[in-house]
Write a protein that binds this ligand. Structure first.
Ligand code: ADP
Length: 354
């Protein structure tokens, strides 16, 4: 009996050692955390990445042993969201991503990954797109400029070709401008925080829709609520006008387009509703990807670049807001920009009594 217990014990210790050796060999840092966020165990990578020392830091509180700003507050929220792009305590060149995985009551596993290489590649991709777009801008301006000097009617045999050249060079210019906008938004951490007056903005959007539609649709707009927004006027206008332009472009003649701003103490939304073609559900999650189109030909025919909703998504992210899409094929779509209360401003002047 005693022999059997001793053998089982040895087997258990062997298993435990094998598990620790395997976890120790991981390139990612692992920290087992117990009650009151105390460190129960960590692997070798955690030592180098987080500056933990064995046995000194065993049983220490994680936020006291690891000097990462905001770590304690993040742990206190339960670490629901991954903490991305954190600078490593001992190396400013190393970037880490932190994930907290709860596994028992009050216990959790902290998984830390070195994402420096991924971030470097991501930066290279961003710089490449920005540089290519920038380099293409000048030759395109020249081509476009010369094409504008030619009057197609004066050379009847080339009239249709010149018109096609003009339309394609305009399309290329728009793609380059949209890519440059995306690159700028990508590089931005924060946007200016100025007052964005909603009433004139909605009036402009309404007028833009009428200009694009040229009488082919019924356009209406309304404002429900008194608040303005805080953010970048230029970028918010660009995002909202993309939605308006899409509504006009993807709604057949005779359809209706409604722009509405609604706000309360709890938050606000700018919605653009159309009675257009609609989008089937399987496309919805991918609509904000660059160059994703439900129908490439329909997008091209109407002068789309495939980048509009990507710009909308980026602008909204920079305003801590998000895009909500409701759509039904053959019925129409509603695209809503949803803002939290923290980005709302009360009116500058009390509303006039009517
Ligand atoms: P595009 O320049 O092609 O319009 P966007 O990024 O603005 O690119 O939109 C991506 C795709 O989403 C479009 O190609 C189109 O298929 C679909 N889409 C966007 N808005 C609408 C809408 N209001 N109604 C129907 N489909 C839409």
């Amino acid at each position: 009996m005693k022999k059997q217990t001793t053998r089982r014990r040895a087997q258990l210790f062997g298993l435990l050692r094998a598990f620790r050796d395997a976890a120790g060999a991981l390139p990612d840092a692992l920290v087992a955390i117990g009650d009151e966020q105390r460190i129960r165990w960590f692997n070798t990578a955690a030592g180098s990445m987080l500056g933990l020392d064995y046995p000194r830091d065993l049983d220490a509180r994680l936020d006291e042993a690891v000097s990462i700003p905001g770590l304690g507050a993040w742990m206190a929220t339960g670490g629901i969201d991954t903490l991305t792009d954190v600078t490593a305590p001992g190396d400013p060149e190393q970037h880490l991503s932190l994930r907290l995985i709860p596994y028992a009551d009050g216990h959790a596993l902290l998984l830390v990954r070195d994402v420096s290489q991924i971030l470097r590649l991501e930066k290279m991709r961003r710089d490449f797109v920005a540089n290519v777009s920038h380099e293409l801008r000048t030759p395109l301006t020249v081509v476009h400029g010369y094409l504008d000097l030619i009057e197609p009617e004066q050379i009847p045999e080339f009239e249709s070709i010149i018109r096609e050249l003009r339309s394609q060079s305009r399309r290329m210019t728009q793609i380059v401008e949209d890519l440059l906008t995306l690159s700028r938004l990508d590089a931005e951490d924060e946007l200016p925080k100025s007052r964005v007056a909603i009433r004139p903005l909605v009036t402009t959007l309404h007028r833009d829709a009428e200009g694009l539609s040229r009488g082919r649709h019924t356009i209406s707009s309304s404002i429900e609520g008194i608040h303005d927004l805080q953010g970048s006027s230029r970028d918010l206008y660009s995002a909202f006008s993309n939605l308006v332009s899409n509504a006009v472009r993807y709604t057949p003649v005779g359809g209706r387009i409604h722009i509405v701003w609604s706000s309360s103490e709890l938050g606000a939304r700018l919605s653009v509703t159309d009675t257009g073609h609609g989008i089937s559900p399987q496309h919805l999650p991918r609509l904000t990807e660059r160059f994703y189109r439900v129908s490439t030909s329909r997008s091209r025919e109407t002068g789309g670049t495939g980048l509009g909703l990507s710009i909308v998504k980026h602008v909204l992210q920079l305003h801590d807001a998000h895009l909500e899409i409701k759509s039904e094929v053959g019925v129409g779509s509603t695209f809503s920009c949803v803002f939290g209360a923290e980005h709302l401003l009360s009116p500058e002047f009390p509303a006039e009594e009517s």
